[in-house]
Design a protein around this ligand. Sequence first.
Ligand code: BGC
Length: 346
Amino acid sequence: MKKVLALVMAAMMALSLVACGGSDSSAAGDSAVNSVVDGVSSAVPAGGTVGICIYKFDDNFMTTYRNKLEEILTGKGYEVSIVDGNNDQAKQTEQIQTFITQGVDALIINPVMTSAAEQIVTMVKDAGVPTVLINREPTEGEMAVYDKIAYVGCDAAQSGTYQGELILETENKGDINGDGKVSYIMIQGDPENVDAKLRTEYSVKALEDAGVEVEELDMQRGDWDQEKGQTITANALAQFGDQVEVVFCNNDAMAMGALEAIKAAGRTVNEDIYLVGVDALDAALDAVAAGEMTGTVLNDADAQAQKAVEVMEALLSGTTYTAEEQQIYVNYVKVTPDNVSEFMAG
Ligand code: BGC
């Protein structure tokens, strides 16, 4: 309601107001108005242009995320342009340069390579474009040189810990065959990405911290991809058979692939094998509700998109961020059969 009011006010009061942070004043509706968003007073730009770079469109989670970003921004009257980096950093770097040349008011960037963060920060800093990095967290200190940039994401360690807890909460704490240890396979996302590293580390650490002995049968990179998740799981089940008690997947897309392989091998989730993912994609929520997945972890695309836009608007209205403030996290939520209905549409 407050936001609707703010927009109406913006339309009515138009033009006597402060110009927003963009370098190109030809951008449509390049004005701002002071208003109140979620209880925080800020200058909300009434329109303006936003360039969004996604690492690749062909990623289930980032598709939900980018659709939400687009919905929120266009709903607020921004002119939005979203480009597909095709998982190619050189291509994305060019796209960022093109947006800068076009004079966008703000950028939202989901880097292809975390290791490119430094270069990206330099580019947007030199051009003075307010920028929000999303989903792929730069290493500490890389944003510190520019006070009009921030990262919006989640604390990947938390999602790993929750995955481990999902296994600890089963009746036998993951030790289905009662041999005193939990034998697992780990299907990793792209290991260049901190989400993959920390989910891998912290899921197992949660078991160890609880005093549970673990045995890694196999660890393979599935690059966040469903088909790879299926192939890796099929191979591991063929090789290790009943020894596999837990399949940890760094995301739900790979877990959906793993589920196919589990079924094809004649195994039954929650009876003779456990399966966990991260994201809470619709398909995974259905699987949790149907008892075909032990659990997942909500990677809240909606809340992250909201937060990214909020931070972008703060930057546009002149807010600057110190190094200590540049990491902005949204919480993960554990999803089990008990609470899954809360996350399902309708
Ligand atoms: C999500 C994955 C997604 C990746 C893209 C992760 O946070 O859990 O599903 O593929 O981000 O960077």
